[in-house]
Design a protein around this ligand. Structure first.
Ligand SMILES: C[C@@H](N)C(=O)N[C@H](C)C(=O)O
Ligand SMILES: [Zn+2]
Length: 217
């Protein structure tokens, strides 16, 4: 298995951002796929994505088998909320592992939440997604979206072996459609895909990111 580069890796923070200033669009206005409400916030920030990410998801729909649709869970996340998630999870890891150094805590935390300064969701570049059948029921992906490495015993990792063959096939179906349109996966979370952010730039060898963290306005 190829080595996983974590979001905390200094190689990610070292990638320059040349933000192309594309707008953040509300995916609900374009109605391309069902939008789940579990991460909904009062301002609707969660439903926003950069234009180039949304257009790629619209293209990805056509690559799925008949009757299978993308279910949008979360896109843009304000920097303050990202910081809150990161610090809360790091605090939990520190408490559970009192012997860990701050570097160990930061690395382990970044398996599940990105450090705020490089966060792809805060750039409007990342999207958490799953698949639903024609009746709206979520396909079996082996774990729920947002299962932590601890709670899922590592089954949240995209290439995990401790899931059954049906779930592996469903992850593959999602991956084939999203990879085809240029998105990259964070290998510790089967549901997390991005385009244009620093992680994408490193994974694709692009040299710079085109979307950096920003406020919604
Ligand atoms: C917290 C989880 N849903 C998530 O979004 N994780 C990724 C790695 C992130 O914070 O960018
Ligand atoms: Zn995500």
């Amino acid at each position: 298995m190829t080595e996983i580069i974590l979001m905390s890796d200094p190689k990610i923070a070292a990638i320059p951002v040349r933000d192309c200033d594309e707008p953040l669009l509300d995916v609900r206005r374009h109605d391309p796929f069902p939008v789940d409400t579990r991460e909904q916030d009062d301002s609707g920030a969660f439903a926003h994505l950069r234009e180039g990410v949304l257009s790629r998801l619209i293209d990805a729909r056509k690559l799925l088998p008949d009757g299978i649709r993308l279910l949008f869970i979360e896109g843009y996340r304000p920097p303050a909320l990202q910081r809150f998630y990161f610090e809360r999870y790091a605090e939990r890891l520190r408490n559970d592992n009192p012997g860990w150094s701050s570097e160990q805590v930061r690395a382990a935390a970044s398996r599940f939440v990105s450090p705020p300064e490089i966060a792809p969701h805060s750039a409007g570049a990342a999207v958490d997604l799953t698949l639903v059948a024609a009746d709206g029921k979520e396909l079996d992906m082996g774990t729920p979206v947002d299962a932590s490495p601890e709670a899922s015993e590592g089954a949240c990792y995209t290439a995990a072996r401790n899931i059954d063959s049906e779930a592996r096939g469903n992850r593959q179906m999602l991956a084939e459609a999203l990879t085809e349109v240029g998105l990259v996966n964070y290998p510790t979370e089967w549901w997390h895909w991005s385009y244009g952010d620093r992680y994408w730039a490193l994974a694709t060898g692009t040299g710079h990111a085109i979307y950096g963290p920003r406020e919604l306005d």
